[in-house]
Design a protein around this ligand. Structure first.
Ligand code: GDP
Length: 433
């Protein structure tokens, strides 16, 4: 069976350079036939200039060879860097296929890297997220998985669980050797520590999730408080209509802004007032729903009081005094701004960012994927059951719980991930990665 795969690694289209990548046992052999002199010896990791044979033509470019296992896939890999023409790159790829390589499937290079232990499943997901990112925030979220500490932290948890399992196995075999319960106490202490670490990771999902999916900020307040003006000022362009006439914004108007690399969707809700007309009432009802589901609510007050907001959202309200250029801020507002002059807007952005995503520390592990969160929850539940069994159960029961926790964590790193999970992850990739 021929195991060498080939693909164009660069995006389709014309450009300065296109890269064709071949990976597998025959990669070097195939490449040598395409690079003029098949007797030449190629040192790994060195760029060689020369003629590259395409299907019926020649190009001039570079060839570089990475010897297994020191390559992206962990196999022998060759890359041709040719001129960046669509037909040109396809012609070189066709030549590689004619010489025995097969066309790679989506994400097959990265899948091989994962299967050869070159990167964890978490890191592979990070690569996919970075490539597919539509905002800087998403690049950062992907980078957290790719470079981040999550893999190593989860691997450490798994290794400590294994040690714990081994010490429990000893106690099962020689119960009489722990008469004073010293080992039992140590097992209990270790369980508590592992649970604490998992809880901290689960907690990080609150901000990690927002890094990935963005943050929704609802701007609300009485008519004419300056909500539309504030939206426009934050976005830096006119999105909403600003008018002295109350009730002008009858439906939500929204716009996106990037703050410290995180994507925020600001929504200017309809003005909330009594005795509104029917059309406006529908807008108000929608505004309430937006407020309920938002991550942050800016309650804007221009001196004429706050709008009445739905109950149970006090934890996410930021009280903003607007029009500080013409009026003195109220004491009950956390920040004073002027949508007109821009005063206080920088501070408002900082406050919003701090209140909902906090400060991201590069050296900390964050959960940004729901899949990881679900697996960690399972691990946490299994550890909680183990802790309970320390009091009421048997050592065998604790063992079963710990194995369950280990398996749940293995879904994150990939050791116990099902074929379905793996296929779903690699389907997110493009061909050539
Ligand atoms: P909304 O109904 O809450 O959306 O309010 P608008 O944004 O339409 O603003 C109502 C009026 O207040 C308009 O005449 C704005 O020009 C004015 N306004 C909004 N923000 C400010 C501000 O910061 N300072 C001053 N002086 N006027 C403002």
């Amino acid at each position: 069976m021929n195991n060498s795969i080939a693909a164009i690694a660069t995006a389709s289209g014309t450009g300065g350079v296109a890269v064709i990548r071949i990976s597998g046992n025959d990669a070097l052999e195939i490449a040598k036939k395409m690079f003029g002199n098949d007797k030449a010896e190629f040192e790994p990791n060195r760029m060689y200039p020369g003629k590259i044979c395409g299907d019926g033509f020649e190009d001039y470019g570079f060839m570089v060879f990475f010897r297994a296992p020191k390559s992206f896939t962990g196999e022998d890999v060759v890359e041709f860097h040719c001129h960046g023409g669509v037909q040109l790159a396809h012609g070189i790829l066709s030549k590689a296929v004619a010489l025995g390589a097969r066309l790679a499937e989506r994400g097959e290079f990265t899948r091989r890297a994962f299967l050869n232990g070159k990167l964890s499943l978490v890191a592979a997901e990070g690569v996919a997220d970075m490539i597919n990112a539509e905002s800087l925030a998403l690049v950062r979220a992907g980078g957290m998985l790719y470079f981040g500490k999550l893999s190593s932290e989860v691997q450490e948890l798994q290794s400590r669980l294994k040690t714990l399992l081994a010490s429990i196995a000893v106690r099962i075999d020689y119960p009489e050797e722990d008469e004073d319960g010293t080992d039992f106490a140590a097992i209990n202490a270790e369980l508590n520590e592992l649970s604490g670490k998992i809880s901290r990771l689960l907690e990080s999902y609150k901000s990690g999730r927002k890094l990935k999916s963005g943050v929704t900020v609802a701007i609300c307040g009485k008519p004419n408080a300056g909500k539309s003006s504030l939206l426009n000022a934050i976005l830096g362009y006119d999105k909403a209509i600003v008018s002295d006439e109350a009730g002008t914004t009858r439906d939500a108007v929204e716009g996106e802004a990037d703050i410290d690399g995180v994507r925020y969707n600001f929504i200017d809700t309809a003005g909330i007032r009594e005795r509104a007309g029917t059309v406006e009432s529908i807008g108000i009802e929608r505004a309430k729903n937006i407020i309920l589901s938002a991550d942050v609510v800016l309650s804007v007050n221009d001196g004429n009081g706050f709008a009445e907001l739905p109950e149970n959202i006090s934890g996410k309200i930021l009280k903003v005094f607007n029009k500080c250029d013409v009026a003195s801020p109220r004491d009950d507002c956390e920040i004073a701004v002027s949508a007109k002059t821009g005063e206080g807007l920088e501070e408002l952005r900082r406050l919003i960012s701090r209140s909902c995503v906090g400060e991201f520390a590069a050296d900390k592990a964050y959960i940004v994927e729901e899949r990881h969160y679900v697996a960690l929850r399972r691990a946490a539940e299994a550890l909680a059951s183990a802790a309970e069994n320390i009091c009421v159960g048997t050592l065998d029961m604790i063992s079963v719980d710990l194995k369950e926790a280990w398996e749940a964590l293995g879904e994150i790193t990939g050791e116990t991930a099902t074929e379905e999970i793996i296929s779903t992850i690699f389907a997110k990739f493009c061909v050539g990665k």
